[in-house]
Every structure is written in C-alpha cells, then in structure tokens.
Ligand binder design. Structure first.
Ligand code: URA
Length: 239
C-alpha cells in the first residue's frame, strides 16, 4: 500500500502539494469514486486510479530503447551539453531513467535507458559476457591480421588487455572498410582505441545490438520507444 500523493508525484503529476490541490478539486478518482484525501492508501496491484479522466499506469520501472543521435552525451544531466535523457518526454523523465553504459557523443544507435539498477548491473558487468555489436566505418583497409588480433585480445595503449573480440569485414579496399565488431566490455572509447592500436581510425560508429536485443531499425535517429515484454525477457536472459 502506498500513499496516493506519493504515487502521483512519483509519476510526475506534480509535487505532493500540487497533487493535494488536484485531489481537492475532485480531479482524482479511485475505483470510480472521487478521492477525498491525498494521503489515502492505494493498493497498487488492484486499485484503479484515474486522473482527469485518464487511468494512471503505476509501475516502478521503465525500459527504453533509443536510437541515439550524434551530438548527445550519455549522461542524465549536464550544465552545457545536451544529454540523451533531455530527449525523453517529461512523463518518462519523471521515472529518472539513466543510460545503461555509455555511447560516445558522436556514436549513434542502440542505447537503453532504465531506472532498474539490477538490470543495469547485469548488462554492464563484463563478467556477464553481454555482447555489444557495432557497425563501424574505418579509414583504412581491414584484413585477416586485424581479425586475428581482435580474437587474441587487443592490448590498448594504456596496457589494458581487452577480452577477445570478434571482427567481421563487410567490405574493405584501399579507401577504407565497413566492419562489424562484437565485444563484451565497455571501456571508454573501446572500439576506437582497439582500431587505433592497429593504426586505423573509426570514422563512424553505430551500435546495432546489445545483450541479444537488436536496434529497431524503424526508429529514426533521435527517436525512442519502450521495450516490449519479449524484448525485456531477452535482456534478462529469460527468452
Ligand atoms: N566504443 C567506442 O569507441 N565508442 C562507443 O561509443 C562505444 C564503443
């Protein structure tokens, strides 16, 4: 059981004070009856709460798939730069979601946002071996010896030894290459730094898959949607 004003303010309907006014004005109904007191107890499993004619959706967690656009940082707040959370509707922002791992400012593609700390931990901990798949454009040709180096585990310039990664060449010539990279870690600038050790530069990077979940290619860059239950099962390793 939870207090009505707490539920509504957590869902972004206003401060507790504002919710009190809404109740006083008769805008809130519980099980078809106008609520009288804003501190009344609600059974979130059974009671139906209607605000201004619309049934509320009480849930604790949100799970969002975003096709991240370039130019946004993977953070919840920044004084100077736009963040991926700034893109979300205020109703979703009210759940205080945060990005699961980070994509660089210039990287596009699949970014998950949630307020579920447990799922976040499962997805970003390298010991869970969650695959992250990237499409990358490289400034030079890519060859078999790069594939073998990725397989063996690249040592970054600071001495960090990466776990084995998978490199697949889609096309490659003297002008550059298009590749798919699969890694299970998320070190800062990892894919870019892996190629740097091979004397090559990533000129475009897009994440297309995360933990078995594929980017919904019908989502334009900068757009997002909530995950389906099926997709959530995939992320939790239940599918
Ligand atoms: N690797 C990078 O270099 N950048 C990203 O944004 C993600 C992986």
């Amino acid at each position: 059981m939870e207090r009505l004003d707490k539920i509504l303010s957590n869902l972004g309907y206003g401060t507790r004070k504002e919710v009190k006014v809404m109740v006083k004005n008769g805008w809130v109904e519980v099980n078809g009856v106008t609520a009288k007191k804003s501190d009344m107890k609600i059974d979130t499993d059974n009671d139906i709460v209607v605000v201004d004619g619309e049934e509320i959706n009480y849930r604790e967690f949100v799970y969002i798939m975003m096709n991240k656009p370039a130019g946004y940082i993977s953070a919840t707040f920044d004084n100077y730069q736009d963040t991926v959370v700034d893109i979300l509707d205020p109703e979703l922002q009210a759940f205080e979601p945060f990005p699961v791992g980070r994509l660089d400012k210039d990287t596009v593609g699949l970014l998950l946002l949630t307020n579920d700390g447990k799922l976040n931990h499962r997805l970003i901990s390298p010991k869970h071996h969650v695959d992250k798949v990237y499409f990358a454009e490289i400034d030079k040709s890519v060859n078999e010896s790069d594939i073998r180096a990725f397989e063996a585990g690249i040592t970054l310039e600071d001495g960090y030894e990466c776990m084995p990664g998978k490199l697949e060449i889609l096309s490659s010539d003297e002008h550059g290459a298009e590749v798919m990279v699969t890694i299970q870690e998320g070190k800062f600038h990892q894919v870019k730094r892996m190629f740097k050790t091979r004397g090559k530069e990533v000129v475009f990077l897009k994440r297309v898959e995360f933990g078995g979940l594929k980017l919904d290619e019908t989502l334009p860059e900068g757009d997002y949607r909530e995950l389906s239950n099926e997709e959530l099962k995939v992320l939790r390793g239940e599918a």
